[in-house]
Design a protein around this ligand. Structure first.
Ligand SMILES: Cc1ncc(COP(=O)(O)O)c(C=O)c1O
Length: 500
């Protein structure tokens, strides 16, 4: 920690074990000039501790079973008097916590981490997050954070323009793709509220490999278990629009189509549903087209891949997660709507009364049906856009796409492996061949988890069983790292086969 005077923790900080309460004065608050000056040395000390913690590791995960790990954390906390001691233990305890946190976190920058849509974050937004937290603005009301409100408007506009949405478009940052999809379907339900009130049965169409948040949103919205009609996919895991057309044509008289949810970047396969056909069907049947581009939306930054999103401009709403293909700390999800009037005005006496609004003092409260206090997430995104530009982000995606294509070729060339889905974006799905492949692939993944050597994803393909997945989101990884991952899978598979 820095010497006294530069320390973020006041000199009156009690020694470990002391019962003297921490004295707080204004300079101890993060969002003051003095507080911000102290943030730098404190952050530096924590970064040093985290780096030391990372150096203690031997792979992307701690080489412990979950039970061993839970016991280790319990014992460490207990040795210090528990996670909520009566008397604070000062900065040393914080440094200790962060060192352990880094040792026990998933190391997403390790090229052996390739399981989830959880990228290593860029330095710029991570640093910005610390300042955003210190200033703690909220975007619900103008007086909770004027700059945060304006920057969210600009980032939303920039994303809508990139996607080709109309001038009427608007949007809102949410807590994640799950929340963005829920909000989109809330709006869609609102558009047919009269027919539902008259007794019509709601129907939401999505593909058989759409994200589970779509059906969960329907449940949350009370649309009923039967509301979700899943449409089969083709051999490349894209919604079959011929079957969607048939399903729409076959709706009963008392069924009302609420929305077609097309996925641009399915979680496992990165596949992109036929957006133009879905848009045409939505128009013909008078329902909304929501595009879940939580994963694939980042393709809009890549000159090479943006063509995959052709047709997205016709969507009524789009989910786009920049904490996936945007390398942002979560959350950084945006729900965009083609018509800003979808965000129903919402006046609350203590936040945005009508006369304040008429005088221009409006924040973004009515953009968000699911939150009141809302983080200034757009600031880190704006910082990233300004620092890297769209081309810079596109280059990161191109790099990961290149790695995924390399992984695909390597898997195809390996007789002990069987490719199920090649690289559309940055994922590759495959499995190890062998007797009882479901059990084998499950066990080999857990072996890799247990040794902490590599972190690969897992999924089940309907009718084809348990598979493994590489989700390649580390733009600093090299093809040799992909080889190491594949080699680790092969070795673990062989060991499991021998052990069986
Ligand atoms: C296609 C898709 N939609 C939605 C989500 C949910 O996003 P979040 O985890 O941010 O809620 C995911 C998550 O992986 C996803 O892949």
């Amino acid at each position: 920690m820095p010497a006294s005077g530069a320390s973020a923790v006041p000199e009156s900080t009690p020694a470990a074990g002391s019962t003297v309460p921490l004295a707080i004065d204004a300079d101890d608050l993060a969002g003051t000039p003095a507080g911000l000056a102290r943030l730098a040395p404190l952050t530096a000390a924590l970064a040093t501790a985290a780096a030391a913690g990372l150096r203690d590791r031997t792979g992307p995960l701690p080489a412990r079973t979950p039970a061993e790990f839970a016991e280790q954390v319990r014992a460490e906390l207990a040795a210090g008097g528990g996670v909520l001691p009566d008397a604070g233990r000062g900065a040393a305890a914080v440094v200790d916590l962060i060192r352990r946190y880094a040792t026990g976190a998933v190391d997403l920058a390790d090229p052996g981490a390739a399981a989830h849509l959880q990228p290593p974050t860029l330095g710029v937004p991570a640093a910005v997050e610390a300042i955003v937290a210190a200033l703690n603005a909220s975007v619900d009301t103008w007086d909770s954070g004027p700059y945060a409100v304006e920057i969210e408007r600009h980032v939303v506009r920039a994303l809508a323009d990139r996607l080709g949405l109309p001038g009427t478009a608007d949007g809102v940052f949410t807590s994640g793709g799950t929340a963005s999809n829920l909000h989109a379907l809330l709006i869609a339900r609102g558009a047919v509220a009269d027919r539902l009130a008259a007794g019509a049965r709601p129907v939401v169409f999505c593909s058989a490999v759409a994200h589970f948040s779509v059906s969960r949103a329907c449940a949350v919205l009370g649309l009923g278990a039967d509301a979700v009609h899943t449409v089969p996919v083709d051999a490349r895991y894209r919604l079959r629009d011929d079957l969607l057309a048939g399903a729409l044509a076959g709706l009963a008289a008392d069924e009302v189509p609420v929305a077609i949810v097309a996925t641009a970047g399915t979680t496992d396969f990165g596949s992109i549903d036929p957006l133009p056909a879905c848009a045409e069907l939505a128009r013909r049947y008078g329902c909304r087209l929501h595009v879940d581009a939580a994963y694939g939306g980042g393709a809009v930054f890549s000159a090479r891949l943006r063509g995959l999103l052709a047709g997205i401009a016709a969507a009524d709403s789009v989910t786009l997660d920049l904490h996936k293909l945007g390398w942002q700390p979560a959350p950084a999800s945006v729900l965009l709507v083609a018509d800003g009037a979808d965000f129903a005005p919402h006046r609350v006496d203590y936040l945005n009364p009508a006369d304040d609004g008429a005088a221009g003092y409006d924040g973004l409260l009515d953009r968000s049906a699911l939150a009141t206090t809302r983080r200034a997430d757009a600031v880190k995104v704006a910082a990233t856009f300004l620092a890297l530009g769209a081309d810079g982000l596109g280059a990161l995606l191109d790099r990961c796409h290149h790695l995924a294509r390399y992984a695909q070729r390597r898997i195809e060339a390996e007789p002990r492996l069987e490719l199920a889905a090649g690289a559309t974006l940055t994922t590759v799905v495959f499995r190890h061949r062998g007797p009882d492949p479901d059990a084998l692939n499950g066990r080999l993944r857990r072996r890799l988890l247990r040794t902490g050597a590599a972190l690969v994803g897992r999924t089940t393909i309907a009718g084809r069983g348990v598979h493994l997945k590489l989700t390649l989101l580390n733009p600093a990884a090299r093809t040799v790292d992909v080889d190491d991952l594949v080699d680790a899978v092969l070795a673990a598979g062989d060991q499991e086969r021998e052990a069986a």
